[in-house]
Ligand binder design. Structure first.
Ligand SMILES: [Zn+2]
Length: 121
């Protein structure tokens, strides 16, 4: 599957670990099998690949061939993400989304700064 143990996910996991957070990954018992679960803080972090989760940025531009097909498919992924997130929130989890494109060299420091802030509040 495209969503398992992706590189952006591993970058985030390493950072969290180095900061002392302990987490579970791909918890089957939770809607959508969230990427990173910090049970102690009731926090879930989903690291989204821009293309597969249809971010709308540069990286999620549709291919020229079969654009219609991909649009439907990617929009369905996005809808599923949305509904899973709503379910998790209802279950009392705080859900933080991180996009692949915010983990590049020029953005990563700011992204982690924001993440730590989101975890803390
Ligand atoms: Zn993006």
């Amino acid at each position: 599957m495209n969503s398992k143990n992706t590189k952006p996910e591993i970058i985030v996991r390493k950072k969290l670990f180095s900061k002392g957070y302990r987490y579970k990954i791909h918890d089957k018992k939770l809607p959508g099998r969230p990427d990173i679960v910090i049970p102690k803080l009731k926090i879930i972090i989903n690291v989204h690949g821009c293309y597969w989760h249809y971010h709308g940025c540069e990286k999620s531009r549709l291919p020229k061939t079969r654009a219609e097909y991909w649009l439907t498919r990617l929009e369905n992924n996005k809808k599923r993400d949305f509904f899973n997130k709503q379910k998790l929130i209802k279950l009392g989890w705080k859900v933080i989304d991180i996009w692949e494109c915010t983990l590049n060299k020029s953005n990563i420091a700011k992204t982690f700064e924001r993440l730590e802030h989101q975890i803390a509040v």
